[in-house]
Write a protein that binds this ligand. Structure first.
Ligand SMILES: Cc1cc2nc3c(=O)[nH]c(=O)nc-3n(C[C@H](O)[C@H](O)[C@H](O)COP(=O)(O)OP(=O)(O)OC[C@H]3O[C@@H](n4cnc5c(N)ncnc54)[C@H](O)[C@@H]3O)c2cc1C
Length: 516
């Protein structure tokens, strides 16, 4: 007989880790299954050579693209999931993102819940992940009566100068919302002086608000919560009616020896990341679910969205000694070009963590004097919304491995956003050329840049066009929920994780009411 729990959660990242934290005080027996282990705390956490050059922490193995070409995705399997590596910029989606928006390549569909519905969950999510920010400066910020739990992290002098210059150019730069576990006694600049960034690096001093530190570690203080690491779920089996998950099949790595284990639960919550969750449902096909578990809508695996991202390095004419650079965003072009003849949304701009001499020479091998370039670099991240296309999808190859079929959308809008950025260089006191940073995304628009993956098991009210209901329960199964970024109907152009966290808190609240 499989060992029985009240709730099994699969995956300990932003979705699964947060939901486990929220359910822990209910006293229900909860099993958290995570295919990775605890991320080692070691000096390499802060080494760009180890993180970017040696790809020390990328442990997902190879996936393939639609042509069968293999690539190493930017994925990390650890307790806390990809939040161990994320930049911790925690945005609310904009009010209009929840409605239908016409883009150059088509319509970004409406969500079944409005910005007002999300507001209380976003507020709780911001509190839980200690978001530092300032309301009322970002012109696209959605309405809320709640303040940020912490004041914004102040700009260092070169970024303050940048903010002044952009304001003089008629824009509305604002302090980025950072999820960071610091207070006035330990300002970011001193806590983070060693690694200069949360971006892409694990935080050795655990000052980044990631799902392991904020949620999994505290959840494990409850005796009713059990974590099994190196426990990869390989299949979900159903009851005879096919209406419920009966068995969660796990391949457990016991020091190199793979053991098969089986568990059951009243409720199973899948949160393995949008690509892995879809792959697990597809590989759990059986007689009663021939096209994949819960896939009567044929939506599972489809509508994969990745964001159109560019990572750009501008070279400041004056030195940039900033330690903690991720403090400024620009959303003036989010819904279009206020000065131009372009009627469609362009996207968002935000600062990234600092480049150093190693990353510059890695990105631009023929760069002369990378150390000098690094001392003058100002690093930016540009994002344009990607649209859900049914053809952009996760499938499995003949060996059951992940294959991604993907063609980006809205490229013209992204090109124009890039042009907007370049038009600001003079105002920003930068040289008139920029370098592209390949390390951050694994190559601009490269398929391996799956950091912002979402949309593969979308939620909705119509079982013909969505796989999940509004509570993120599968339409086809009574006890299976999905709380990673799979449920997104559209990607917006802001970073996805606060929405994943808010949704996990919302679904946990629903489950707490449902569990006996
Ligand atoms: C370098 C980088 C920077 C980023 N910066 C930001 C940012 O600043 N702001 C932002 O909002 N987002 C950012 N992101 C994206 C953010 O990390 C993700 O949106 C978020 O982690 C997704 O949460 P999730 O719960 O959907 O999945 P994940 O966090 O990926 O968690 C999924 C978990 O499931 C586990 N798992 C997978 N398959 C199985 C299985 N079969 N069995 C058991 N366990 C399994 C994985 O090991 C993992 O722990 C960044 C990502 C990266 C890589």
């Amino acid at each position: 007989m499989p060992e029985h729990y009240d709730v099994i959660v699969i995956g300990s990242g932003a979705g699964g880790g947060t939901l486990t934290w929220a359910l822990a005080p209910t006293g229900k027996r909860i099993l958290l299954l995570e295919r990775g282990g605890w991320l080692p705390r070691e000096k390499e956490n802060w080494s760009s050579v180890a993180v970017w050059g040696d790809k020390r922490y990328r442990n997902s193995g190879f996936w393939s693209d639609g042509d069968g070409k293999e690539f190493l995705p930017k994925q990390h399997y650890y307790v806390g999931g990809n939040t161990k590596f994320y930049g911790a910029i925690l945005f609310r989606m904009r009010e209009r993102d929840f409605g239908a928006i016409t883009h150059v390549d088509g319509v970004s569909p409406a969500w079944p819940l409005t910005s007002a519905d999300w507001d209380p969950w976003y507020t709780k999510a911001e509190q839980l992940y200690s978001v530092h920010g300032q309301r009322g400066v970002d012109p696209t910020e959605p309405f809320t009566t709640a303040g940020y739990p912490w004041p914004a992290i102040s700009h260092e002098p070169r970024i303050e100068q940048l903010s002044d210059d952009l304001t003089k150019a008629g824009l509305h730069p604002f302090p980025l919302p950072n999820g960071i576990l610091i207070d006035e006694a330990m300002p970011a600049q001193s806590a983070c002086i060693r690694c200069n960034t949360c971006d892409g690096f694990p935080c050795l001093v655990q000052a980044k608000a990631d799902a392991a530190v904020v949620c999994v570690q505290p959840a494990l203080a409850h005796p009713n919560v059990t974590l099994r690491t190196h426990a990869r779920v390989v299949r979900l089996e159903t009851t005879g009616s096919g209406r419920a998950v009966s068995t969660v099949v796990v391949e457990r790595d016991e020091g190199g020896v793979l053991e098969r284990e089986e568990y059951s639960a009243d409720v199973v919550v899948l949160s393995a990341g949008a690509i892995n969750s879809a792959a697990l449902l597809l590989s759990s096909a059986g007689d009663l679910h021939p096209d994949g578990l819960g896939n009567s809508s044929a939506q599972v695996g489809r509508n994969l969205m990745l964001h159109n991202n560019s990572s750009l390095i501008a070279i400041s004419k004056i030195p940039n000694p900033t330690a903690f650079q991720k403090t400024l965003g620009i959303n003036d072009f989010y819904l279009g070009d206020p000065d131009g003849d372009w009627e469609f949304p362009l996207g968002a701009m935000q600062m990234l963590g600092r480049s150093d001499a190693f990353t510059i020479s890695f990105d631009v091998p023929d760069a002369e004097n990378p150390a000098d370039l690094a001392a003058h670099s100002l690093d930016f991240w540009l994002t344009t919304e990607d649209l859900p296309r049914p053809e952009n999808r996760v499938t499995l190859d003949g060996n059951g491995r992940i294959r991604l079929h993907y063609r980006p959308t809205n490229l013209e809008a992204h090109k124009r956003l890039n042009a907007k950025f370049r038009s600001l260089l003079d105002a920003m006191q930068c040289m008139d050329d920029v370098m592209e940073r390949q390390t951050y995304v694994g190559g601009r628009l490269g398929i391996s840049g799956v950091a912002h993956q979402n949309g593969t098991i979308r939620f909705g009210t119509d079982p013909a066009t969505s796989a999940l209901d509004v509570n993120c329960r599968m339409h086809d199964l009574d006890n299976l929920y999905v709380v990673d970024s799979s449920f997104f109907c559209s990607a917006s152009a802001v970073n996805p994780t606060l929405t994943i966290i808010a949704n996990a808190l919302r679904v946990a609240d629903h489950l707490a009411g449902r569990l006996p």
